[in-house]
Design a protein around this ligand. Structure first.
Ligand code: SF4
Length: 238
């Protein structure tokens, strides 16, 4: 077994706490797989709720996304509910958005205009996103919106599709310490992650969640090398 494959197998047994629950990373993957099925079964408004909540996820704990997505899903029952006054109220509730509220409202309204236009269908959008995943899906309609960058777009797509991974601080940090990719460049790290995912037989989404949980639980900014299950294989061990 290759070094990295061995490391991935070992870290799947690590436990992480998320949203008040504690499970092994393997169990979190299974949990999210079930959630994925639910999200794919949602109607147009339901998918909008999760996708737009994900596009607002900038440098915040993952738990904030869960809160925001749940609030959106519970309160956006039809297109008519998606109005600035409601969005503003929800973004203020439970402190689930810490950036400029007006900017958040604008992003959600921009997403609404696209999703509820007569030419938009989630299935077509996801098919195109899958086809163009390896080239970065640069002509994505949502990427053209002010305030939406590649990372949050990739995160939003990773909720629905196996082909997407969002390069966040945890993923960057772990890949750097493992000696997989030293660069800070988003595209380079994502490409390195793609090669890694292929070599270990994981989808981009699975690799995303495995490394993300591990980066939160053990390989934090102050790494817990003494208790780390991959310390014998890690280039960055301290
Ligand atoms: S040994 Fe340390 S640096 Fe390496 S993966 Fe584990 S916690 Fe991170």
């Amino acid at each position: 077994m290759s070094r990295i494959k061995r490391m991935i197998a070992a870290i799947k047994k690590v436990e992480d706490s998320y949203n008040g629950e504690r499970k092994t990373i393997e169990e979190w993957l299974a949990w999210e797989k079930r959630k994925r099925e639910e999200l794919l079964g949602l109607d147009k408004v339901g998918k909008f709720a999760y996708f737009s909540a994900a596009l607002l996820q900038r440098a915040m704990r993952g738990e904030m996304f869960e809160k925001r997505a749940q609030l959106f899903a519970e309160n956006f029952r039809s297109e008519k509910d998606i109005i600035p006054k409601n969005i503003e109220r929800l973004l203020k509730e439970k402190n689930c958005y810490r950036w400029t509220i007006a900017e958040g409202v604008k992003i959600v309204m921009d997403v609404k205009r696209t999703v509820f236009s007569k030419d938009f269908f989630w299935d077509d959008y996801f098919d195109k996103a899958k086809r163009e995943a390896n080239s970065g899906f640069k002509d994505d309609l949502f990427l053209k919106m002010k305030g939406v960058g590649q990372k949050v777009r990739d995160f939003a797509l990773s909720l629905f599709l196996d082909e997407y991974l969002a390069v966040d601080v945890h993923i960057k940090r772990v890949l750097k310490r493992w000696g997989v990719e030293k660069s800070e460049d988003y595209g380079k790290v994502k490409e390195a992650a793609r090669r890694l995912a292929e070599s270990v037989g994981l989808s981009m989404w699975e690799l995303d969640r495995v490394l993300w949980h591990f980066g939160r639980a053990v390989c934090e900014s102050s790494p817990k090398c003494k208790i780390c299950p991959v310390r014998d294989d890690c280039e960055g061990v301290k």
